[in-house]
Design a binder for this molecule. Structure first.
Ligand code: ATP
Length: 256
């Protein structure tokens, strides 16, 4: 589903990602961990076309996407969420998802201005799809609330619903548990596993909360200073001396 082949990204003299290769099979729930500044978000930005790597190639479903425009990569089936939740806070929960669905809208501006039949029909199906998504993520009852009024855990689910509205096959989650209390975190863990199964997704997540990573990821890649220092199952990673030295043993992960 996703392959990074010897990818390198530099910022001036800093090598943020150094010769990184990652291969994720369809349907997997994979984790990307490592200390602050290890290069995790940079990897997400390379996959989603925000950055072009100096070296290496990125493949999505065997098709090369290196350096493609972000909207093109989204339309191919890659969606993401951000470390800091990005929503339209003054809009309702439903409208937040509707806007994300519009990403795929085929109707022209003219048909919208003149409210032509094709446009109304498309609008109706977008509303129906948005409501179904809200039901799937458990926010249906809150559809008419302002996004800003939702508790943090619900805002995160709304952001994920917006990502799902682009009908992705690969979902990238950047620190989904950041800022959550233990109850919200536990709920989020079940939620991520459920949407993976329900929407037939492949998921790659960045997370500092080891309870989440070790609890739901099937395979983990560990980065340190832009380099992959380990990959394996949660058990293998927990017992890897180099990972313990660079990350787990330092307490640097105990954020959030
Ligand atoms: N746009 C940029 N310009 C210059 N340097 C950058 C840029 N983006 C990231 N970096 C640097 O690249 C390195 C990797 O950053 P990145 O954000 O990918 O790390 P991270 O593993 O996601 O960290 P965190 O866990 O803190 O989010 C850091 O040293 C960072 O300062």
């Amino acid at each position: 589903m996703l392959k990074l082949d010897h990818v390198t990204k530099k910022f001036g003299g800093l090598i943020a990602v150094n010769d990184v290769s990652i291969n994720i099979e369809k349907g997997r729930l994979a984790g990307l961990i490592g200390p602050n500044g290890a290069g995790k978000t940079t990897i997400f930005n390379i996959i989603t076309g925000v950055y072009r790597p100096e070296n290496g190639r990125v493949y999505f479903k065997d098709r090369e996407i290196t350096g493609e425009k972000p909207h093109r990569i989204t339309s191919l089936g890659v969606a993401r969420t951000f470390q800091n939740i990005k929503l339209f806070y003054r809009m309702t929960v439903l409208d937040n998802v509707r806007v994300a669905c519009h990403f795929r809208l085929k109707a022209s501006i003219l048909s919208a201005v003149f409210d032509l039949p094709g446009y109304s029909k498309q609008e109706k199906s977008i509303t129906e799809e948005s409501l179904k998504l809200l039901e799937a993520v458990g926010l249906y009852e809150l559809r008419n609330e302002r996004a800003s009024s939702l508790p943090y855990g619900h805002q995160r689910k709304l952001e994920i619903a917006r990502a799902l509205a682009t009908r992705p096959e690969l979902l990238l989650l950047d620190e989904p548990a950041a800022g959550m209390n233990p109850e919200e975190t536990l709920d989020l863990m079940k939620f991520i596993v459920r949407i993976r199964n329900e929407f037939d997704l492949t998921i790659l997540l960045i997370e500092h909360d080891m309870k989440v990573v070790m609890g739901i990821c099937e395979e983990i890649t560990v980065l340190d200073h832009g380099n992959i220092i380990a990959r394996g199952t949660p058990l293998e990673i927990q017992n890897n001396p180099e990972v313990i030295k660079a990350y787990l043993g330092s307490g640097a992960y105990a954020r959030g």
